[in-house]
Design a protein around this ligand. Sequence first.
Ligand code: FAD
Ligand code: NAP
Length: 308
Amino acid sequence: MTKNYDVVVIGAGPGGLTAALYASRANLSVAILDRGIYGGQMNNTAEIENYPGFESIMGPELGEKMYASSTRFGAEFLYGTVSEIKKDGEKKIVITDEDTYETSVVIIATGSEYKKIGVPGEEEYSGRGVSYCAVCDGAFFKDQDVVVVGGGDSAVEEGVYLTQMAKSVTIVHRRDQLRAQKILQDRAFKNDKIKFIWNAQTEEIKGNGDEVTGLLYKDKETGEEHTIPASGAFVYVGIQPLTSSFESLGILDDQGWINTNDQMETNVPGIYAIGDVRKKDLRQITTAVGEGGIAGQQAFNYIQTLTD
Ligand code: FAD
Ligand code: NAP
């Protein structure tokens, strides 16, 4: 069945929810499609302390609040995994696993997903000790030893979070300097439960057939191999864009991020992109929200030009 809306927003993270708020408040009919629950990456974040207005707020709680705001003016939240967008003159056809949507404007806010390290054991023990989400799985490791792989904001922030339940947290990083923000680094260095292993190339997640038992790494300076005993391995080695459904539109760069101008316009009139999925430097909730506001307003302006 084909459903008609003025605007279809793909992705209900902070970017998509804000775009829906602005477009629906401008009296446009808006569908927000998501393949899962609203909130996006905020659902995988424990504490957020850099979103203005809140000293600190749990990620899922901020998602609930944004969802309430975004649906207040009539935007409809609908489940659906978008597999393709087709152009039909000025109309766009958005195809999901179950439905088809016809719309004048599409706002892509599909964000990103975690990268994998790609070592033996990672796939095999995924869900059996290997995790990409401390908020979701941290509680399973109460009073146990865990390792965290990575050196960016996610690894360090979630490593600190894990100290609330784990007995020890060992952060394994491939260089001798962290990429994470200074404030997060300082917090981790001060935490007695956190130990760092530097210049360590992760070689394997070890297990006993049922669950994780440790992490094997190679010291890049000496070439020696060591195993850290652990029952949990949290992987935070970066993110990649969720854009495979949009390849045919010609809006992606060579790494899959979406190119836009300052008005969030892609090179296809009426198709906008916002948030983490855009090619940009700062991927944060504040930037996703700001871009959502711009795209929601641009949707209104664009539709005006069609009816003039
Ligand atoms: P996302 O939040 O990624 O939302 C994208 C949505 O699109 C998802 O709900 C997804 O299900 C949906 N989707 C994807 N593909 C499809 C499809 N084909 N069809 C339908 N739906 C689809 N930022 C901060 O400012 N402060 C923090 O403290 C902070 N902590 C973080 C901690 C971690 C562990 C991580 C990973 C990130 C953190 N960030 C933080 C970054 C922040 O979460 C992101 O910048 C922000 O969520 C991006 O919002 P977004 O709307 O672009 O996308
Ligand atoms: P990131 O910033 O890309 O960091 C990835 C880390 O993993 C880097 O330290 C990288 O090492 C390491 N790495 C990459 N590939 C590896 C591999 N194959 N093996 C081992 N290590 C590997 O990713 P992120 O930390 O997930 O952050 C993603 C985005 O979300 C960023 O924009 C970040 O700012 C944002 N974020 C913000 C907050 C916050 O504001 N509080 C919290 C979390 C995330 P190198 O350093 O050597 O490259």
